[in-house]
Design a binder for this molecule. Structure first.
Ligand code: IFM
Length: 790
């Protein structure tokens, strides 16, 4: 069953049935002011920090699920009937109420048609101004004059999101609402502990405000809800001023419409003083042209970001995801990390170290300068011993004083992700100068980035366990597996193998032979340990528990095989051989399903204290035998490395969100972005149901897997590698990419219908040897012809 459709031309997802099984959201705002908005106009906004700068409220995980938000109500003064432009909160019967939501890049539009009135509400956040703009249009499609009132409503949050949800004895007495009568602007102000006094405003820029409320409980009424605010029932706001209590911004605007006439009304909600910034912005956005200009900037922002890479393959859903939605999601995870969604209620903000290292992979081709800055921030969160802060706050950064993790909060993988992200950045940009940049450590001292990378490798070398594998420490990528107290992680060891390989490749390229030789010795040792202690006959074990018992082995109780240690055996480069193939065959045999590969099998049924939190989830959910999408992307990469194009593509298709559009009643989450997990086959009822959309490492890795491993266009220090691994049925595909400022139009043909292998490449008519296009031979614009074959 469908709830909407993709509109590739306008780069929108259009929701035609508002009764979606979950809130289908969009992320607006790219800098300091951000908001999340659902297909029913619910959601919240924040300024700089979702934790400490929450501007509007949202009641998470609630029933009804979509409250509150930004609501525009229309009331017919003759009939006294009223509705909201978004279907919620009034929720008129869908027999008589037509509703559409268009989620676009950086904006959302709500359209409705009811009782011969058509209306729309477009919401967006300008690129560089801390405000949101609500553009409303109301048209009379009847043959009679309509007398209408428009009511707007949004509920303010009391800035500190956690106190706002918990500490009512305190927080409810901090707000001082007011009204700038002269300019008709609602004035929000609160005093918290600090001298900093958050201020915000709400106003209509082009119409007279007839009445207003700033006290939620007065506007709504204590026994009403957003579907039936008391003020709207009464036909007028009460002019309430919340000094303490629950602040809101509610306004009423009145107008009459002749048959066929349309009214255009603009509201703005922003950060600043109602008597200063509020006044200035009101003036600025009284002019429609200025609004249009801001909207164009938003459109250009996204057009520019998405313009650096695109493909045209025989699979439309792949094109749709790569060209639009997957890239959009990559930028969203880069900007927002894991801090604000309808799932992450905002209790934490800042950057997760491993997440942010990975998030750069999906955007580095598009915004290399921003990625460079982020990398430096991440490097500053590394400690001189080589490990990293698991989570840190670049906003409130105080070097050396914050977040130095206690020894038992050091993760075995965090710092090693630098060895993936920094080389990736250099391969994309050719900016080797980053390696010489001196960056402070979080605790003491400073070193060049090159030395930071070495410190990371040394830390892991010094933290190996009994079998020579990396100690699991607080955890590895899988936060929920207990590998503490001497437990060892196969997966972290595989990541280490990959990290060493990346570093060796870099050193060799730079002519640092001594370093290269040293780390080759490390890698040989690591390979030996993996060979000796992790092969289980048909697959690789996941590690060793503190007791010495194997984890994810034929010998194990309950779960016998985990996904990551199979995919990474190949992806790491350690086992691109028969063992790797056998391991991936076991993935097919035991883990693959029509919705993707489950993370472990069989699921844990009973809690095993020694194995940890992974065993506490019911079978098929989250980290216990769910289809963890992030981990599925590495399966695609492994199969592509093995040259098994049918498998790689089949896995890619199995959890591609766009493929779920027609079964949205099963999938339930947004079909335009990846979710963290899809419920696994061992769940008794919900196999195929997705949860935790948007802020997941799946975005960056699905994009990398599809573009660099299936389509096979991969940056290298020396140029661009072309190494596709596609379904043999494809005749070929086209790929456009900007690489180090040069544009390439790549046409791949597959006359022999094979999956992998490149016979011939010509660049601007000149044939090259091998499959690496040297950067020196690129002009500003380049035509590349690739013929696949043996
Ligand atoms: O790797 C983690 C990630 O950092 C946060 N979400 C869950 C993943 C798997 O445990």
């Amino acid at each position: 069953m469908k709830f909407g459709y993709f509109d590739p031309k306008n780069k929108e997802y259009v929701i035609t049935n508002p009764k979606t099984p979950t809130s289908w959201v969009n992320y607006l705002g790219t800098a300091d002011y951000c908001l999340i908005i659902s297909n029913n106009a619910s959601g919240y906004s924040f300024y700089k920090s979702p934790k400490l700068g929450r501007v509007t409220r949202f009641r998470f995980n609630s029933i009804p699920m979509d409250r509150p938000g930004r609501y525009v109500y229309i009331k017919d003064e003759k009939t006294k009937d009223f509705w909201s432009i978004s279907w919620q909160p009034v929720a008129k019967s869908l027999e008589s109420f037509k509703s559409i939501c268009r989620h676009g890049l950086g904006y959302s539009i709500f359209e409705s048609s009811y009782d011969s009135i058509t209306s729309s509400l477009k919401i967006f956040v300008p690129i560089d101004k801390p405000i949101e703009i609500w553009e409303v249009r109301v048209k009379n499609e009847s043959n009679e004059v309509k007398e209408l009132s428009l009511f707007t409503y949004t509920e303010f949050c009391l800035w500190n999101s956690m106190l706002d949800m918990m500490d009512f004895q305190y927080i409810l007495y901090t707000c001082r609402m007011g009204y700038n009568h002269e300019d008709e602007i609602i004035d929000y102000s609160i005093k918290l502990w600090s001298p900093y006094e958050p201020k915000a405003f709400f106003t209509c820029t082009n119409k007279k405000i007839e009445s207003f409320d700033t006290d939620r409980d007065v506007f709504i009424g204590a026994y009403n809800d957003e579907s039936r605010p008391e003020a709207i029932v009464q036909g007028k706001c009460f002019g309430s001023i919340a000094i303490g209590g629950n602040p809101c911004a509610a306004t009423q605007v009145k107008f009459s419409l002749l048959p066929g006439q349309e009214e255009y009304i603009v509201f703005i909600l922003g950060i600043g003083d109602a008597y200063k910034e509020g006044k200035e912005y009101k003036k600025l956005f009284a002019d429609k042209e200025n609004i249009q200009k801001e909207f164009e900037k938003v459109q250009n922002y996204w057009a520019e970001r998405l313009s650096k890479l695109s493909c045209s393959t025989p699979n439309e859903n792949m094109n749709l995801m790569i060209n639009i939605w997957n890239q959009y999601q990559c930028h969203t995870t880069f900007n927002w990390s894991r801090s604000a969604s309808f799932i992450e209620a905002g209790g934490r903000d800042g950057l997760g170290f491993r997440d942010s290292c990975q998030d750069i992979l999906g955007v580095v081709h598009s915004i290399p300068q921003e990625v460079r800055k982020r990398l430096i921030e991440l490097l500053k969160a590394q400690l001189s011993e080589g490990y990293a802060m698991h989570h840190f706050q670049p906003l409130t950064w105080t070097q050396g004083e914050h977040n130095i993790p206690p020894r038992d909060r050091i993760y075995s993988d965090d710092h090693l992700w630098l060895l993936i992200s920094v080389p990736h950045y250099i391969k994309e940009t050719g900016d080797f100068s980053i390696l010489d940049e001196v960056v402070e450590y979080a605790d003491e001292g400073s070193a060049t980035v090159f030395e930071h990378l070495k410190a990371a490798l040394e830390f892991s070398w010094n933290h190996r366990g009994k079998h020579g594998l990396l100690l699991g420490l607080a955890a590895d990528w899988n936060d929920c597996i207990n590998l503490r107290n001497g437990g060892e992680s196969t997966w972290s060891t595989q990541l280490y193998f990959k990290a060493l390989t990346e570093f060796i490749e870099l050193c060799e390229y730079l002519g640092k032979t001594e370093d290269a030789e040293k780390y080759k010795q490390y890698r040989d040792e690591i390979r030996k340990a993996l060979e000796e202690y992790t092969w289980d006959g048909e697959w690789f074990v996941r590690g060793y528990l503190a007791s010495g018992k194997k984890l994810g082995s034929k010998e194990s109780e309950q779960t016998k095989i985990f996904l990551n240690s199979q995919s990474w055996s190949v992806f790491s480069g350690a086992f691109v051989d028969e063992k790797g193939k056998t391991a991936m065959d076991s993935v097919k045999k035991y883990l693959a399903t029509e919705h993707g590969c489950v993370k472990n099998w069989p699921a844990y049924v009973d809690y095993i204290i020694e194995v940890g939190a992974v065993t506490s989830f019911p079978p098929g959910l989250k980290e216990n035998a769910a289809i963890f999408c992030h981990a599925n992307t590495w399966v695609i990469i492994a199969e592509a490395i093995l040259g098994r194009g049918e498998y790689a593509f089949e896995y890619y298709m199995s959890f591609l969100p766009a493929n779920k559009n027609d079964i949205a009643e099963i999938y339930t989450a947004e079909p335009y972005v990846y979710s963290q997990f899809i419920t696994g086959k061992e769940h008794p009822y919900y196999f195929g149901r997705a949860r935790n959309p948007w802020l997941t490492g799946t975005a960056t890795w699905a994009f990398t897997a599809a573009t660099q491993y299936i389509l096979g266009v991969r940056p290298h220090y020396k140029g661009l590698i072309i190494d596709p691994c596609i379904p043999s049925g494809w005749d070929g595909f086209e790929f456009e990419r900007v690489f180090r400022g040069r544009k390439l139009s790549i046409k791949v043909s597959n006359p022999d219908h094979i999956s992998k292998g490149v016979k011939k490449i010509s660049v601007n008519g000149k044939e090259i040897v091998g499959n690496l296009i040297p950067v020196e031979m690129l002009d500003e614009e380049n035509v590349v012809e690739v013929v696949m074959g043996k």
